[in-house]
Design a protein around this ligand. Structure first.
Ligand code: SAH
Length: 408
């Protein structure tokens, strides 16, 4: 053994090896981070769930390093394509620093606002989402690999961002399929007693960090709310699926909508939306707890008309299998909305189903236009805000579509 090579080369630990089947390696050379069960030929070294493993081609070539989880559909989540890189604290610090730098470059470091600081695969950290609301952080975990390292990650976020508190939320559906044992809780600091207030382009929102949906608020629609507000200036608006008031409040405060009816099926969300309206000194909003399809039918039956409608429903397509059914639901929803929309009206229509492609969504709208005999002009076709980037290595993270149309 030559002493020069022993000192020049970093010490590389050996990890259990996951060997791929023939012709399965290409996506992983292209840095796709999800190794599914169906691609795996053999596992050497009996890794525990959550252990670091190396991914090896059928020809015996080292491809990448990741974290193993036998229980998950994604058996290995890949994090590094450098053989000399350990998945240790230094690695996670570098990835977090890079993610934080992007948000600062995007102008989203204002401590009064909200921003997604880490967006899973898009930031090279599959299974980790971190949202900042004012001075508080919410970590949202969707993978065992991250759940097992969440203490370390909280320590790093504390060191890099000095938040007042760090809360942990676990995706409830993934907790059982991933075998995650940690529960929601407070990782650092003291959880805020009351909902936290954030400023979004001059609109104030309160966010319930521990009991709200997902991490408490839908930051992905931030830019769409601001842009939609411009189109809704001076209009009579229906904000369907309003949650805590997002689009409706922005339309009223930033766009000067004259009158807004905001509807959501969640009583808690509507209560918060009402208090958000008061917080912003807005009096032109009315709120209603109700089921969207039913309320739309009722409004049509009552002969109501609007000059602007926002549709921001929850995910209709949970998987590829439910795509057709989801497209039918989007069709029905948008068709009902057109019945309520005056000629010259603005429709802001969204879909957060990743399985529905932007083209699927557009063709659905084209079908709605034909069926209802209305003509639709697409003014803007938008996606999620840039703090929800999409990595070229993992396009699956692209999910949000927001189409702004004029309807004659
Ligand atoms: N537009 C909001 C986010 C909407 S999230 C914003 O800008 O913040 C989707 C919302 O749809 C949730 O608040 C959920 O409570 C609501 N929802 C789900 N199913 C519904 C239904 N069938 N009818 C009405 N609202 C529904």
């Amino acid at each position: 053994m030559s002493t020069t090579s022993a000192t020049a080369e970093p010490e590389v630990a050996t990890y259990p090896r996951v060997l791929l089947k023939p012709r399965k390696a290409n996506p992983f050379y292209a840095r796709h981070p999800w190794v599914l069960d169906s691609a795996i030929h053999r596992i050497e070294g009996d890794p525990a769930d959550g252990a670091v493993v190396d991914l090896i081609s059928d020809k015996g070539k080292w491809i990448a390093r990741g974290v193993f989880n036998r229980r998950s559909r994604i058996q290995v989540r890949l994090y590094s394509w450098r053989a000399d890189e350990a998945l240790d604290e230094t690695f996670f610090r570098q990835r977090l620093e890079r993610a934080i730098r992007l948000r600062a470059d995007l102008g989203l470091a204002d401590p009064r606002g909200g921003a997604r600081i880490v967006y899973s695969e898009a930031d090279g950290l599959s299974g980790l989402i971190v949202d900042r609301y004012g001075e508080h952080l919410v970590i949202y975990v969707t993978a065992l690999a991250i759940a097992q390292r969440v203490e370390m990650i909280a320590g790093l976020l504390d060191e890099l961002l000095h938040p007042a508190s760090i809360l942990l939320r676990i995706d409830p559906t993934l907790a059982s399929t991933e075998g995650i044992e940690v529960a929601d809780g407070v990782l650092r600091g003291v959880a805020p007693e009351a909902p936290v207030q954030i400023d979004e382009y001059g609109v104030q929102f309160t966010v319930d960090l521990s009991a709200g949906q997902k991490t408490g608020y839908f930051l992905d629609q931030r830019e769409n709310r601001r842009v939609a507000a411009e189109y809704l200036r001076g209009r009579r608006v229906l904000d369907m699926f309003c949650y805590t008031g997002g689009f409706g409040l922005a339309a009223a405060k930033l766009g000067g909508a004259t009158d807004v009816l905001a509807v959501d099926s969640s009583r808690k969300a509507i209560a918060m939306a009402e208090s958000n309206a008061v917080l912003n000194g807005l009096t032109q909003l009315r709120f209603q707890v109700g089921e969207a399809f039913t309320v739309l039918d009722e409004l049509v039956a009552a002969g109501e008309k609007f000059s602007g409608i926002i549709l921001d429903p929850p995910k209709f397509a949970k998987g590829r299998k439910s795509l057709e059914q989801a497209l039918r639901a989007y069709h029905r929803l948008n068709r009902q909305a057109l019945e309520l929309l005056e000629p010259g009206g603005i429709l802001v229509t969204c879909s957060c189903s990743g399985h529905v492609t932007p083209d699927d969504f557009l063709y659905m709208l084209i079908g709605v236009a034909h069926k209802s005999g209305r003509s639709l002009q697409f003014l803007e076709r938008r996606g999620a805000a840039p703090d929800h980037p999409v990595s070229a290595d993992c396009l699956e993270n692209e999910y949000l579509k927001c189409v702004i149309c004029r309807v004659s």
